[in-house]
Design a protein around this ligand. Sequence first.
Ligand SMILES: Cc1cc2nc3c(=O)[nH]c(=O)nc-3n(C[C@H](O)[C@H](O)[C@H](O)COP(=O)(O)OP(=O)(O)OC[C@H]3O[C@@H](n4cnc5c(N)ncnc54)[C@H](O)[C@@H]3O)c2cc1C
Length: 426
Amino acid sequence: MLRGLVWFKNDLRLSDNPCLVQAIKECDELIPVYFLEDKQTKVSAFGTKKMGPIRTQFLWESLTDLDKQLRQLGSGLWLIQGNPAIEIPKLIAQFGVKRLYAKKEIASEELLGLNQVKDACKPFDVNFVITESHNLYHSLDLPFTKENIPQVFTKFRTLLESKSQVREALATPTAIPSIPIPPLNLPEQTLPMSVDARTAFPFKGGEKEAFKRLHSYFSETQAVSKYKETRNGLLGENYSSKFSPYLAMGCISARTIYHELKAYEAKFGANESTYWLYFELLWRDYFVFVMEKYPTQLFTKRGLFPSKPYLGKHNDELFLQWVNAQTESDLVNAFMKELKLTGFMSNRGRQIVASYFCHNLQLDWRYGAAYFEQELIDYDPSSNWGNWAYIAGVGNNPRGKSIFNIQKQAADYDANYTFRKLWLNQ
Ligand SMILES: Cc1cc2nc3c(=O)[nH]c(=O)nc-3n(C[C@H](O)[C@H](O)[C@H](O)COP(=O)(O)OP(=O)(O)OC[C@H]3O[C@@H](n4cnc5c(N)ncnc54)[C@H](O)[C@@H]3O)c2cc1C
């Protein structure tokens, strides 16, 4: 009897899940587990929470959906409150686990978590199976080594487009051999909270919802065929795909989206817009691979340029004005209010408020990134810290830094005040 423990993290899905597929192939019985750590209460080095309430709610929805799906296949999701480095050895001893399946990590904190578990499991005869499931391209298929990743995105993109292929998505399992799993037991304080009705992301978490959104954005509305023209929009469901929260939580894989996009193009025709969605997924991969090369540096003030001075400084008062939508810019205030009340903000909005934070207010960019980490339902270490560093001028930005003229942005993207009126009038 070979028992395997499947450690779900931000890969909360059955489809295209390498850990799960390999575990089913190699083991007689599985124990699918998710650990609720102290992220909901933990305060970061920047005074922000690691996970705010809207993000937490999206996680509960995703866990509930995963548990339901696992139960339909004969298993379930065992939710354990505590530190994996303490809890996993207990499970190994109790159930005689011989293999532990987990996704690969690249960011410093997550890597540390994984390494602590590895250390804690040393006294046991357990094999670790680490699989990669977050990116579009598998790291083994890159046409360069991790150390030689191009310093600019365009070079990265052209090399991948000409030399690499996206692997096929793995099939969804149809049955899961499992020990009996206790009912999902979410903490009591997890009462559903209502998200502001003005949200551009009126969807719930979970794999089922991710596929619903995929089909709605692709074949139902064909909104993806206009993506290039609409993607800088600020209002409504369909100016962009809204896939990011599902990708961040791992409710759907980037590969699945890519292959659905190819199927869509075959049926409805390819155009600049359909290409552009793939282009943006490449940006996501770029930040992943940059972080893999610099797992700790991207969280430091000077980022990729440790010997260059960085002038931004923390200022509590200015920081709180920005957080609480009380800056001198009504456009920035509207975006910040949207973020606080919905956990989401458009890409245009993120660029504007980050540029304002770094270049108008001249604050230490990491505090802004940490606040995004608390609030964003699509928080993803590499995309968040990579984009912030890029705008601040300490990341892979060929222009040095990105400085947005806030008045011009308002004139270009909210000329008739529709967005500002929506968020600031109540
Ligand atoms: C300061 C700042 C912080 C950000 N933090 C995050 C974050 O924590 N998590 C996150 O997923 N994205 C982050 N982004 C990137 C981007 O803003 C969001 O991915 C996008 O707005 C999500 O909406 P969407 O899914 O509708 O995107 P779409 O426009 O439909 O794009 C499709 C997908 O491409 C990827 N993508 C698009 N733009 C980017 C980008 N600039 N960088 C990386 N991937 C991209 C996302 O996976 C997205 O879901 C950040 C951008 C900035 C400027």
